[in-house]
Design a protein around this ligand. Structure first.
Ligand SMILES: [Fe+2]
Length: 383
C-alpha cells in the first residue's frame, strides 16, 4: 500500500499569484505570518504577493529573517513574531529556505517543543498551523512536500524532518515570480529538481504513479533547464520548469530520496553551500554506484534523458544516463570540484560529514546502504 501526499489546493501557471488572495479568503483566514528572506523582501516579488492580500482584506506581518539553510534561531524568531501578532496562518514566500522555516514554525506553533523534537519520521502529534506556500524558485518543491530541513547550528548538522502534519494546505507556483532569478540560482535549483526526480525513480520506494511523475520531470528538465539558465526571461522555459518541479516534487514526496541528499545535506550544514550545487556535484558519483546495484532502474532514467533504449543493455543505459547528468551540469555551469568553491581537502572533515550522512533521514531510500569508508571515498571524489 502506498499513501500519496499532495496539498489539497495547488495554483499553477502564469498569473496565478493574482488569484491566490481570493482562495485564502475562502478558507476564512484573517492574518498571515509572511515568512520570507531579505532578498525577496526587498525585491519586486513581495508587492506581487501582498497586493492580492490587500485586495482580499487579509492582514499580514512580514518576518524576513530566514537565512539560506535556515537555522533553529530563525524558527524561534519567526514563532515569536507569530505569537506576538496573533496570526492564524502562515504564508511562506520563497524557495526552499523560507518554506522549510515556515514548516517548522507551523509545527511548533501547534505542538510546542523544540525543532530537534521533530527530527525523523512523523514525530509531531498535531497538524501544524495552516501554511499557504508561495514558491519563487524551480526548485526544491518544498511548497508541496512533507519534508523540511533545519540546521542545528550547535551540532552543525541538517536535521531532516519528514512529517505529514507539515504539508501546506495550498501551494502557489507562478513562473512570473521566477523571471528575476539569476542564472546560477536557476541552475542550482534546477539541478536539485533533477536530483529529486532521479533519486525518486531509482529508489526501491518508487511505484507506478511516482515513476511516471519522475520521468515527466526529467524530460522537462533536460529540455528546458538550459533555456531557463541561458535566458531568465524565457517564460516558456520557466513555465516548463514549474511543471517539472511539481511533477518531481510529487514523485519524491511519495517515493523518497536517496544518498545524494544524505551527503548534500552535510555539505550544506558545514560549508553553507547552495543545496542544488551540492546535489549536482554528488549526483553522478552516487548514481554510478547505484547503477552497479540496480542497473535496470536506469533504463527509465536514460529514456527520459533522450536515449532510444531498445537493444541497449541496462549497463549501457546507465552509462548514458550518468554522462547526460554530467553534460547537463556542465551546460548550466555547475562546478565539478569543491576546490572551485574554495574548500580545501586538507581541512575537510571526511569522517564527521560521512558519519552524519550515514544517519541522514534520506539514506534508507537509497538502493544500497554505503559504508563509512565508501562515503569517505565518495566525498574524496569531490576533490
Ligand atoms: Fe533537494
Amino acid at each position: 500500500m502506498s499513501v500519496f501526499y499532495v496539498p489539497a489546493v495547488n495554483l499553477i501557471g502564469k498569473g496565478v499569484i493574482n488569484e491566490f488572495g481570493d482562495h485564502v479568503k475562502e478558507l476564512g483566514f484573517k492574518k498571515a505570518l509572511l515568512v520570507t528572506d531579505h532578498f525577496i523582501a526587498s525585491s519586486d516579488i513581495l508587492p506581487k504577493v501582498t497586493a492580492p492580500l490587500d485586495t482580499a482584506g487579509i492582514g499580514y506581518v512580514v518576518f524576513e529573517d530566514v537565512d539560506p539553510n535556515p537555522s533553529c534561531k530563525n524558527v524561534y524568531d519567526g514563532l515569536a513574531v507569530l505569537k506576538e501578532n496573533d496570526c492564524d496562518f502562515i504564508l511562506s514566500v520563497g524557495g526552499g529556505s523560507p518554506q522549510d522555516a515556515a514548516s517548522c514554525i507551523s509545527i511548533m506553533a501547534t505542538n510546542g517543543g523544540t525543532p530537534q523534537d521533530y527530527e525523523g519520521l512523523h514525530k509531531s502529534k498535531e497538524k501544524g498551523l495552516p501554511v499557504v506556500a508561495i514558491n519563487t524558485t524551480a526548485g526544491t518543491s518544498a511548497e508541496i512536500t512533507i519534508n523540511y530541513v533545519i540546521t542545528d547550528e550547535e551540532r552543525k548538522v541538517k536535521m531532516v524532518m519528514v512529517d505529514k502534519n507539515s504539508l501546506a494546505i495550498m501551494s502557489v507556483n507562478d513562473p512570473e515570480l521566477m523571471l528575476s532569478k539569476p542564472a546560477d540560482l536557476t541552475a542550482a535549483t534546477g539541478m536539485d529538481a533533477l536530483t529529486h526526480a532521479i533519486e525518486a525513480l531509482v529508489t526501491p520506494g518508487a511505484y507506478g504513479v511516482t515513476k511516471k511523475l519522475s520521468i515527466g520531470a526529467i524530460e522537462l528538465i533536460k529540455e528546458f533547464l538550459p533555456r531557463a539558465v541561458k535566458d531568465g526571461q524565457d517564460i516558456e522555459a520557466r513555465e516548463a520548469m514549474v511543471n517539472a518541479i511539481f511533477l518531481g516534487g510529487m514523485a519524491f514526496n511519495n517515493a523518497g530520496l536517496g544518498y545524494v541528499h544524505s551527503m548534500a545535506h552535510q555539505l550544506g550544514a558545514v560549508y553553507h553551500l547552495p543545496h542544488g550545487v551540492c546535489c549536482a556535484m554528488l549526483l553522478p558519483i552516487i548514481e554510478r554506484e547505484n547503477a552497479k546495484r540496480v542497473p535496470a532502474a536506469f533504463r527509465d532514467v536514460a529514456k527520459a534523458l533522450g536515449l532510444v533504449t531498445d537493444g541497449k543493455t541496462d549497463e549501457e543505459c546507465a552509462d548514458y544516463a550518468i554522462a547526460e547528468i554530467e553534460n547537463l551540469s556542465a551546460t548550466v555551469g555547475i562546478p565539478k570540484k569543491l576546490t572551485e568553491l574554495d574548500i580545501k581537502e586538507e581541512e575537510f572533515d571526511f569522517e564527521y560529514l560521512s558519519k552524519n550522512a550515514l544517519i541522514d533521514a534520506c539514506a534508507p531510500g537509497n538502493p544500497f546502504m554505503p559504508t563509512l569508508e565508501e562515503t569517505i571515498a565518495f566525498y574524496k571524489e569531490l576533490f
